[in-house]
Write a protein of this length. Structure first.
Length: 61
């Protein structure tokens, strides 16, 4: 596997990681966690959205 060593070194420095393996694992976990969050956000449920239950005012109000 080829990776950009400058990016790996930057991740190691910023996040105080031990080595490239930890940097790659952190990156993968972060990507997978963000993807799961996006999937959850995509599931809109109008019944759990409290704003959907509030009465809407007319523009004149």
């Amino acid at each position: 596997m080829e990776v950009d060593l400058d990016l790996v070194d930057e991740a190691i420095r910023r996040f105080h990681l031990a080595d490239a393996r930890e940097a790659v694992n952190l990156a993968l976990r972060t990507l997978l966690h963000e993807d799961a969050s996006v999937e959850e956000e995509d599931e809109y449920d109008e019944f759990s959205d409290l704003n959907a239950w509030r009465p809407h005012r007319n523009g004149d109000g």
